[in-house]
Design a protein around this ligand. Sequence first.
Ligand SMILES: Nc1nc2c(c(=O)[nH]1)N[C@H]1C(S)=C(S)[C@@H](COP(=O)(O)OP(=O)(O)OC[C@H]3O[C@@H](n4cnc5c(=O)[nH]c(N)nc54)[C@H](O)[C@@H]3O)O[C@H]1N2
Ligand SMILES: Nc1nc2c(c(=O)[nH]1)N[C@H]1C(S)=C(S)[C@@H](COP(=O)(O)OP(=O)(O)OC[C@H]3O[C@@H](n4cnc5c(=O)[nH]c(N)nc54)[C@H](O)[C@@H]3O)O[C@H]1N2
Ligand code: SF4
Ligand SMILES: [Mo]
Length: 739
Amino acid sequence: MHGITRRKFLIGSAAGSASLLAASYVNFDAWASREKIQGEVKVTPTLCDACGNWCAIKVHTRGGRIWKAEGIPLAGNNRGRMCAKGHGFLHEVYNPDRIKSPLKRVGPNKFEPISWEQAYKEIGTKVRAISEKYGPGSLFWVSHPQANVQLTQRFMQALKSPNVFSHGSTCFMPRNIGWWLTVGQAKPSMDFENSRMIVLVGRNPAGGMNLGHLRSMTKGRDRGAKVVVIDPRYSEAASMANQWIRIRPGTDLALMLALANVMISEGIYQKEFVEEFTEGFDEFAEEVKKYTPEWAAEKTDVSKQTIVTLAHELAAAAPRAIIHRGYHGAMGTQYKNSLQLVRAVGCVTGLLGNFNQRGGMFFSPKPKLGALDKDAHPNPPRVPGPMADGTGDMERYPLVPRGQGMTQAIPELAIEGKLKAGFVYHTNPLRTVPNPARVIEGYKKLELLVGFDYVLSETASVCHYILPESFYLERDDVIYTNQSVKTKQVSIRQPTIKPMYDTKPLLEILSGMAEHLGIGQYFNFTLDEMNRASLKPVGVTLEQLRKEGVVDLGHEWKPGPPRFNTPSGKLEFVSSILRDYDLPAVPTWEEPLVSPDPKDPHSFRMIHGKQAYHTHTRTCNQPYLMAITTINDAARVWIHPDRAKALGLKDGECMTISSSVGSGRARCRISEGIHPDCIFVPSAYGVFSRHLTHAKKDGGQGGFGFGISYNDFLPTYFSPVLGHAMVNEIVVKVEKTYA
Ligand SMILES: Nc1nc2c(c(=O)[nH]1)N[C@H]1C(S)=C(S)[C@@H](COP(=O)(O)OP(=O)(O)OC[C@H]3O[C@@H](n4cnc5c(=O)[nH]c(N)nc54)[C@H](O)[C@@H]3O)O[C@H]1N2
Ligand SMILES: Nc1nc2c(c(=O)[nH]1)N[C@H]1C(S)=C(S)[C@@H](COP(=O)(O)OP(=O)(O)OC[C@H]3O[C@@H](n4cnc5c(=O)[nH]c(N)nc54)[C@H](O)[C@@H]3O)O[C@H]1N2
Ligand code: SF4
Ligand SMILES: [Mo]
């Protein structure tokens, strides 16, 4: 085996399917005896928080110490599975870098422990003063969009600020809005297991992990469905598929329009469905006449024959044919034309007539949770007006709902003096937002920045105060309703061990601050009271949910005539909302914002993507997960052999990569599995917090200063219609490094 040990081989060969990997890499029994983990075994169901999937897991402790975990089979999110990140992150509870009490920054990168009471008092005084001086609109909150969002909205509303930002404009925004415009819901679900054809357009659920989707896709494939992956890169999902279509990045829209052209011109679409359940077909049909497969072949670098065959195969499999609804890849915040792409995918889906059909797309049944009694626990009044970035009130980017905002707008608003004080919860904008120099400048300009994290991330390192939330294995959170499943499900995150340090769950921290902010009356309840109120209408007790972790409420989705929550009540080929705003109402070809110069051997588009064993920027300090990277030499940047040859690069050699905003060095991975127009950057690397000791200690080998981050090369963009960050619209210069 070329000198690789069997253990290394197991790790390497499993890298593509990280759920297998954990089993071969982490031998819990051996580990437990080595670490002298003994004593009483306790098993607690809860939700993983190593990424946003929130898989339901059972955590085993021995003698009060985390021992191991496994997936809960009932949970639709993960169907009994757990990935490498989920296993690796369990160890983070014992990470010596953890923040052990509230901290106050007393100098650059210097922190002093303080008591909760002092933190609440000082933050309360400062927030009040800033709010009085500049108005409550100068306060903001930015967080992960699903983490305790009810509580954070309530807190900011009580402070009379409309400014709640999420990371949506750097993740999923066009996907959500495109589907909402077309079918009336942001995230339609998919019945992969009964499908005959599954097409993934810039979606890689085996890397950008979704264990539930992966499980039902493989089930569908094993029952005979053809799986096609459209990606400029041979992704992990491509390695599981029947066909990989290597597309030129940024051009999937052309491919979708051509699929529609073929289906309509040959009359091979689902006519009855189109007749009964869609709106605007004639106008769409007229528009796509010009998008012939020949035209699309030119744009996409996919042959005419491949396009025509794909259209024929989809039509033959319809209505049991699915084009995945997308996430961050092509249909997310990556391109200027991503919104048009999602609209086009929605329209092709209309031609396939697959909505609410077996093996097609459907709307998951969602449990309707209850709320706290309003008399005893009054809601703060709604705050009028748009957010500081102009979103959320029809002023700027009118399609963007309130509570999302543009996270990449925050630094500029701080520099302009419109934002003065912020709360950063469960997010790390210094690493995850484009143009870090500007982001750092902006965040440092704030008069007050309060962070909530469990380690001193890059962002936490510039905060004035850090309030350590108890880690996910130590805390309760608000009730969660599982998404994308066929039945109604509720689940719960709850403590599996006692908090190791002086940390608290979010509601307790907010309540503590609220007292000093004069808004205590809005936080006069406990999380248990809130969760009991949530569960009341669904007939589940908190005790039952704590015991079982996930409760399935039935109400299984049934195929039948679809109902769309759009203005017309139909699937809209012509979007009435886009028309109202004078925007292209039928999907129309739109060029990417930038394109590499075909004559320049140094010119490349930079694309990026997830690896199965890392989550965004938060796992580079985790020794087990970083070991997977180092053993597989996986932080390298992919480049096509022909392009590498022209630059005189051999596999593993160093490249200097530069753009108008930044430059960096990375070693290359030469691979046929990447379109020659682009380089591919794995998206987890480029740590620079001095307080993450594993990442730092490993120097050139492990994490710190290791690999690059795509954000370092990106200017701060706002797409014209939605304002999303267009994170793949970047052409970089690549040179061989002669050092
Ligand atoms: N392991 C892991 N899993 C995760 C996460 C994580 O951080 N780590 N995060 C979760 C989150 S928040 C998200 S948003 C999802 C993301 O899940 P995905 O959207 O699947 O993830 P990405 O890797 O960003 O992009 C998918 C693919 O798009 C391809 N791509 C890039 N440009 C184009 C293009 O122009 N056309 C086409 N067709 N393809 C293109 C990339 O090569 C990549 O393989 O993953 C979730 N799951
Ligand atoms: N470089 C880079 N940038 C990216 C991406 C990427 O992969 N790489 N992905 C893009 C996408 S798809 C998305 S969704 C966004 C994600 O953007 P972020 O949400 O900013 O990404 P994370 O890296 O997950 O940051 C989570 C932060 O929460 C902290 N944290 C972890 N657990 C807890 C906890 O229990 N409580 C609290 N309070 N904090 C906790 C982590 O230490 C970390 O600092 O980033 C986008 N930008
Ligand atoms: S996909 Fe993995 S890391 Fe994400 S929640 Fe599930 S088990 Fe945890
Ligand atoms: Mo994301």
